[in-house]
Design a protein around this ligand. Structure first.
Ligand SMILES: NC(=O)c1ccc[n+]([C@@H]2O[C@H](COP(=O)([O-])OP(=O)(O)OC[C@H]3O[C@@H](n4cnc5c(N)ncnc54)[C@H](O)[C@@H]3O)[C@@H](O)[C@H]2O)c1
Length: 369
């Protein structure tokens, strides 16, 4: 049993809470879930039975349930808020939580605009409370090993690479908030891009982005059977809803140290693969490819006078979302050094917003003031 438990209130009891955060909380002994909030009446309460049925866990049994965030945040028992709501609510909920003196763990993407992301960082500094945004792929075993090798110089100069998350068919919550720009901030670029671009930049050593260019397309917004959602676990579909975001984005990012990154993200496109994510970086001494949510990773180099490929030994029991939540709790309870800084979130949303801007104007966008 842990000496001290962090008292957490969760807002948003949809897909990511049920299938990742709750999975983790059911296995962690240093958290206590004291409150749950979901705008849909009865949904927060229904999570208690769900936790028993799915995870054989009583972790939610003592949680007070709310439908109104403003009532929930007044709950003085809550020390830390876990935000699992649609993207446009991340910043307002994070800011209100921090102003109420709570620490905040927030789902990705950080928020839907640079200004909103800056407000989150400012509120955290003002309150002197921790703000961390989910970067679950950093916490896969493969990513942790590759990061350690990169920091030790084993790849040499990581000077260029490619990353992406491409789906042949897999639009989350078609017609719902995911495909409504005002609520999501965009399509696969912001939804999936934040995962892979972050991982690439993190392993590269967080160089500062200086310029981007990109193009976006929306070819699968019609209600065809083939293009309908394969991602039923996330978001809710609405048959007569909105689809005003891209379904594919391609782009190019340049960094202050001369490095560059090619990117591609799709929820739907006519490609061979069903669903594939990857970060492939090339260094002067060696390169690597991290793939399929970190379940595969290979290193490419030259030794003994020949080209060599090394399959990384990966502990597949390490779950990225759980690892990230455990790290966050360690930061709040034990003062561990956070591996995420809010400025990294601002840089990320700057990149994504500038790619949308480049797609709109047809020109490269500079990120240098
Ligand atoms: N890290 C990952 O791998 C990952 C994967 C999927 C989703 N996400 C992120 O998690 C977040 C939620 O996504 P999801 O797939 O769970 O969506 P979802 O639509 O399945 O769940 C969102 C929940 O928030 C609730 N909600 C909406 N407005 C609310 C309000 N004003 N107050 C309280 N509750 C409210 C909804 O009723 C719903 O239950 C998004 O930001 C998404 O980008 C992250």
């Amino acid at each position: 049993m842990a000496d001290k438990k962090l008292k957490i209130g969760v807002v948003g009891c949809g897909g990511i809470f049920k299938w990742a955060h709750l999975t983790a909380y059911a296995r962690m002994d240093n958290v206590e879930i004291v409150a749950l909030c979901d705008i849909v009446p009865g949904r927060a309460e229904s999570m208690k039975e769900f936790a028993h049925a799915t995870y054989n866990s009583d972790v939610l049994d003592n949680a007070r349930c709310y439908t109104d965030f403003d009532e929930f945040i007044k709950d003085s028992d809550i020390e830390s808020v876990d935000i699992c709501t649609p993207n446009y609510l991340h910043s307002p909920f994070a800011v209100k939580s921090l102003e109420a003196g709570k620490h905040v763990f927030c789902e990705k993407p950080d928020s839907v605009s640079v200004a909103d992301t800056e407000k989150m960082k400012a509120a955290s500094e003002q309150a002197g409370k921790v703000l961390m945004v989910m970067r679950n792929n950093r916490h896969t075993d493969a990513a942790k090993k590759l990061k350690r090798m990169a920091d030790a110089g084993e790849f040499g100069d990581l000077y260029c690479g490619r990353c992406g998350w491409v789906r042949r068919r897999g639009i989350p919550g078609k017609g719902g908030w995911f495909t409504t720009k005002a609520q999501s901030g965009g399509g696969p670029l912001i939804d999936l891009g934040v995962h892979m671009i972050d991982l690439a930049i993190y392993i590269m050593g967080n160089p500062t982005p200086v310029a981007v260019s990109g193009s976006i397309y929306s070819k699968f917004s019609d209600d065809t059977a083939e293009a309908s959602s394969e991602h039923a676990a996330f978001g809710e579909t609405a048959s007569d809803g909105t689809f005003d975001v891209e379904d594919l984005a391609m782009g190019f990012i340049k960094f202050d140290n001369g490095a560059c990154l090619q990117i591609e993200f799709s929820w739907a496109s006519n490609i061979e693969e069903g669903d594939r994510n990857f970060v492939e970086l090339r260094g002067s001494k060696a390169g690597f490819k991290w793939e399929n949510s970190g379940t595969q990773a290979k290193i490419f180099s030259e030794a003994f006078g020949q080209l060599i490929d090394v399959n990384l030994n990966i502990d597949k029991n390490v779950q990225g979302h759980e690892g990230n939540l455990r790290h966050y709790v360690d930061v709040v309870l034990n003062g561990a050094k956070p591996d995420f800084e809010p400025q990294q979130g601002i840089n990320m949303i700057k990149i994504l917003s500038a790619i949308y801007e480049s797609a709109r104007t047809g020109h490269e966008v500079s990120l240098v003031d």
